[in-house]
Design a protein around this ligand. Structure first.
Ligand code: PMP
Length: 397
């Protein structure tokens, strides 16, 4: 499977792109689909009676159906388009706590969360007189389930956890988390931003209550994502953004809100983005998510084995990551210096605290890590180029 040629940005260069956890490159088919949508059927959705408006509305709703199908969201679930995972997480947190949170209750999150699944809960808990309970991770990077089990009480309102962490590529034991929480009648939100591009995800089989994703990490455009949620919750959750199209009737005295999903999609949505997002998911289905997962797992193992063999490399999480995200250090160089020196050698990756300050602080990593993350277009050659460049940097000393 050599897909590099399908990605214009990569096909034109010999760049080794190892920053897919930050954002993925886009295949030609996604760019074409969005170009065609702008050229041939650009019109606002759910408003205009003309054929163009009807066609764009049809495509927008078809995109919603594609997202639902890709994530196994059956009848009991609703896809709400958002501007990305952060927006989906903020929407879910704000609306859920406004609807169901009571002073004195608590929200449980994991220490390893991305800020997007940490700060909203922290801030909203503070505003609503609720407590935030943070579950630490063990040596293997996975949350302490015994602590989680003990923390779950009648006062727990919701549990929020990443499916896969963006720092160390740890796949959290989400089935176990859901089982423990549901046994206490507590719903679970999963942040799927880092999981969705790398493995098949079936929200119904998982049984989660909320699942949040970003299109741009799934080979689709920026500015679009989704909150996939059980209707059972969404139906009783208040809208948090107000405006056009999310209403059924507005009078001076009162407003009646539209049914799902419009109630949560105020204003003009990113309909061209939705079309691009759906094409990206369709293209991923053509590749086969099982196959994508198998290939990335083999590459992840190779990445881990090769990088750890380089003299001087330190792996804060020693074991092989579950998903294609490897965090490491090359002391005495700072992660920032290593990233700059790698960039000079045609290797693009990220360094720093990766929007996970609480975890980095707990692990004693004030400068964070160097993070190499894999995408569908990466090959053994990219890993060789990274390692050769790292060896050259290490030899400066
Ligand atoms: N959660 C995780 C685990 C992430 O890695 C990211 C993106 N780095 C986000 C949430 C937020 O995604 P976005 O910036 O696309 O809203």
């Amino acid at each position: 499977m050599n897909l590099r040629q399908e990605f214009p940005l990569l096909a034109q260069t010999n760049l080794t792109y190892l920053d897919s956890a930050a954002t993925t490159q886009k295949p030609q088919t996604v760019l074409d689909e969005m170009d065609r949508a702008y050229r041939l059927c650009n019109a606002n959705v759910h408003r205009s009676p003309h054929s163009l408006g009807r066609e764009m509305t049809r495509r927008y709703e078809a995109a919603r159906a594609e997202v639902a199908a890709f994530f196994g969201a059956g009848e009991g679930y609703q896809v709400v388009f958002t501007s990305g995972a952060t927006d989906a997480l903020n929407l879910a947190a704000r609306s859920f706590l406004e609807g169901f949170g009571r002073p004195g209750q608590q929200v449980i999150v994991l220490l390893s969360e991305h800020h997007s699944n940490f700060v909203p809960w922290q801030q909203l808990c503070r505003r609503q007189g609720m407590a935030l309970r943070v579950i630490p991770a063990g040596e293997d990077g996975r949350p302490d389930l015994e602590q989680l089990g003990k923390a779950l009480t009648k006062k727990t309102c919701i549990v929020a956890a990443a499916h896969v962490t963006n720092t160390f590529g740890v796949e959290n034991p989400v089935e176990e988390i859901i089982r423990l929480a549901h046994a206490q009648g507590v719903p679970v939100l999963l942040d799927g931003a880092q999981a969705a591009a790398h493995q098949p995800v079936d929200v119904q089989a998982l049984g989660c209550d909320f699942y949040c994703v970003s299109s741009h990490k799934l080979y689709g455009p920026t500015g679009i994502g989704a909150l996939i949620a059980r209707k059972q919750w969404l139906e009783s959750m208040p809208p948090v953004a107000f405006g056009g199209e999310m209403v059924e009737r507005v009078a001076v005295e009162e407003t009646r809100f539209a049914p799902l999903p419009a109630r949560f999609e105020a204003g003009t949505p990113n309909f061209i983005g939705a079309v691009g997002f759906a094409r990206a998911l369709g293209w991923l289905e053509e590749q086969g998510m099982e196959q994508v997962a198998r290939r990335e797992q083999a590459l992840t193992r190779l990445l881990w084995e090769e990088v750890r063999r380089i003299p001087g490399v330190v792996l804060p999480l020693e074991r092989c990551p579950d998903a294609g995200i490897l965090s490491f250090l090359l002391p005495p160089f700072s992660p920032y210096d290593v990233a700059l020196l790698l960039d000079q050698q045609g290797v693009a990756l990220r360094e720093g605290l990766h929007c996970a300050h609480p975890l980095m602080q707990a692990m004693g990593l004030p400068q964070g890590t160097i993070r190499a993350s894999l995408g569908i277009y990466n090959s053994e050659e990219d890993i060789e180029r990274l390692c050769a460049a790292l060896r050259r940097i290490a030899s400066i000393l």
